[in-house]
Design a protein around this ligand. Structure first.
Ligand SMILES: Cc1cc2nc3c(=O)[nH]c(=O)nc-3n(C[C@H](O)[C@H](O)[C@H](O)COP(=O)(O)O)c2cc1C
Ligand code: SF4
Length: 512
């Protein structure tokens, strides 16, 4: 359904109630079902040539609201919208005029300590010259693949950090038919690594996906791609054609599903709902997608970057790949480093690296005195400059009340108040909540309101009540969006207590 609606939006115009009914009649489904879907997604009712100005935290810090006001002034009949993170934080402040990104896209990256992960391949031939398709062509038996993945320590780079070898093994144990889904919805503010990989190394991403499909015995695969990545879409489609001509798709089909501006559809079960033609509302887990996934069948779901590491792991061996990590951590990852740094971009560096190393040795150093740092995406927490030398691992960051998330490191200058950053973060959660759970629907908006009032010196809720709300969010939300939202709030209480003094005494202070 999303595909049909997207096509109608592109070919005919924004989805009006009449067009929505026409799609319902054409697909022979209830008209109400289509209306529900249309109203859920941000972009279906917006013309394709609209101007979308990113007002996510990094862009906000770079004065995106001024850009928005200027664009609205000179609008000339074309709608101008402020939207959540567009996934181009390295270009902040950024906007999209239709499909065109402004300012022009540049990729700032490195060769990497090991695999040259983000070095560009223009064609399949380029990719093959660098060892591309070797792993797919000499695929070991399923058991060996699981062993290598487990030895590598590779653990979901979509943010949840679930061990990849364990997930693959679980899917393979379920009865077929099975499906494979590549999660390319990358909506986490500050996270741009999957876009870099799809734009620079589409053949590598697809080799990882083909290995996963062969391993899982999935003949049908899907790429769920966010709508705001037109260049990635083109690169993936061209690479798919090349791989088809080279015979690498033999017996397999891969379909592209394009999203419509709903961050929550990156959550794997919301994504499945969306693919099945419903609103993108997360399902209760268990059962997990590896057991009951797309159309009720076992489904292997992996993030773009997770799969992009699989060919190197099979080529080098899991142990050798693991040894690329530092300070006891295993392997490497692609870190998005944006905000107040001289060279915002994506850098391959060992797991176990510190914020200071990423900022100084890879991203060209900070442009300003650092005020706050978000280590891995909106729900990963907010850290003070004292944390610059902490290795960004799950264990180390837990002590700081934070996590590595999707490795979207955002550096904020001292002039950007943590209260402002926090208010923007809670606004993001409130805008992107799917509205299914009451604490998430009401709590995030309430926190945004509280913080905006606090910025003005007003107190709308005492500290004890704020903590009760955060406890409720954590305990009763059914997905990671609501469960993660308390983390940045709790961090801010801990690291900038003076900003919250007007709310009164802390009471419970449980939770993360
Ligand atoms: C609110 C929310 C948003 C998410 N967005 C993404 C996303 O954009 N891309 C992604 O790969 N995983 C995202 N995830 C994680 C997925 O649910 C899932 O864990 C992941 O796709 C599994 O692949 P991996 O094991 O390779 O990381 C999100 C999770 C939550 C709770
Ligand atoms: S926690 Fe929020 S986003 Fe997740 S299912 Fe509940 S309402 Fe939806």
């Amino acid at each position: 359904m999303l595909d049909n609606l997207g096509r109608v939006r592109r070919d005919v115009g924004p989805i009006t109630p009449e067009l929505s009914d026409a799609v319902a009649d054409h697909m022979n489904v209830r008209r109400g079902e289509v209306h529900e879907v249309v109203s859920f997604y941000s972009f279906l009712q917006v013309p394709v040539d609209a101007v979308r100005v990113c007002i996510g935290p990094v862009c906000d810090c770079m004065r995106a609201k001024d850009v928005l006001a200027k664009e609205q002034e000179r609008a000339n009949g074309v709608p101008v919208l402020g939207v959540e993170c567009l996934g181009h934080c390295d270009l902040a402040p950024v906007l999209m005029r239709g499909d065109r990104v402004e300012p022009e896209v540049v990729h700032r990256t490195n060769d990497g300590p090991s695999t040259g992960l983000a070095k560009r391949d223009d064609t399949l031939a380029d990719y093959e010259r660098r060892g591309g398709l070797e792993a797919l062509r000499s695929l070991p038996a399923g058991g060996r693949i699981v062993e290598e993945l487990k030895a590598s320590g590779l653990a979901g780079y979509g943010g949840a950090g679930f061990p990849t070898g364990v997930k693959w093994e679980a899917v393979a144990k379920e009865d077929g038919p099975r499906f494979m889904v590549l999660n390319a919805d990358e909506g986490e503010p500050g996270t741009i690594k999957d876009r870099y990989l799809m734009e620079l190394r589409p053949h590598l991403v697809l080799e990882g996906m083909l290995i996963a499909m062969r391993f899982a015995g999935a003949t049908e695969g899907f790429i769920y791609l966010r709508e705001e990545y037109p260049a990635a879409r083109e690169r993936l489609l061209r690479a798919l054609d090349e791989l088809g001509e080279a015979g690498a798709l033999e017996g397999l089909s891969i379909q592209l599903v394009v999203g419509a501006g709903a961050y929550i559809c990156g959550e794997e079960t919301a994504m499945l709902e969306s693919m099945e033609g419903r609103r993108g509302m997360p399902r209760l887990k268990p059962p997990f997608p590896s057991q009951v996934g797309y159309l009720g069948r076992p489904t292997l779901i992996n993030n773009v970057e997770t799969l992009a590491h699989v060919p190197a792991i099979l080529r080098l061996g899991g142990g050798a790949w693991a040894a690329l990590g530092t300070r006891g951590s295993k392997g490497v990852r692609l870190w998005s480093v944006t905000g107040a740094v001289n060279e915002p971009g994506c850098y391959e560096a060992p797991n176990g690296s510190t914020l200071r190393e990423l900022i100084d040795e890879y991203a060209g150093g900070a442009t300003d005195e650092i005020g706050a740092i978000v280590p891995g995406g909106a729900a990963s927490g907010i850290l003070p400059p004292d944390a610059l030398d902490v290795p960004l691992t799950r264990d180390e960051l837990r002590e700081w009340g934070a996590g590595p998330g999707s490795a979207g490191v955002q550096v904020f200058p001292e002039r950007y108040s943590p209260l402002r950053l926090l208010a923007e973060t809670m606004r993001f959660f409130a805008e992107e909540s799917c509205q299914k759970c009451t604490p998430c629907r009401i709590g995030n908006r309430g926190m945004q309101h509280l913080l905006e009032e606090l910025e003005q010196g007003n107190v709308v809720m005492p500290r004890g009540q704020v903590e009760e709300w955060l406890d409720a969010l954590l305990a009763t939300s059914i997905c990671g969006l609501g469960q993660g939202a308390p983390f940045p709030m709790r961090n801010a209480f801990r690291y900038w207590p003076e900003l919250f003094a007007p709310l009164g005494e802390a009471t419970t202070m449980s939770g993360p």
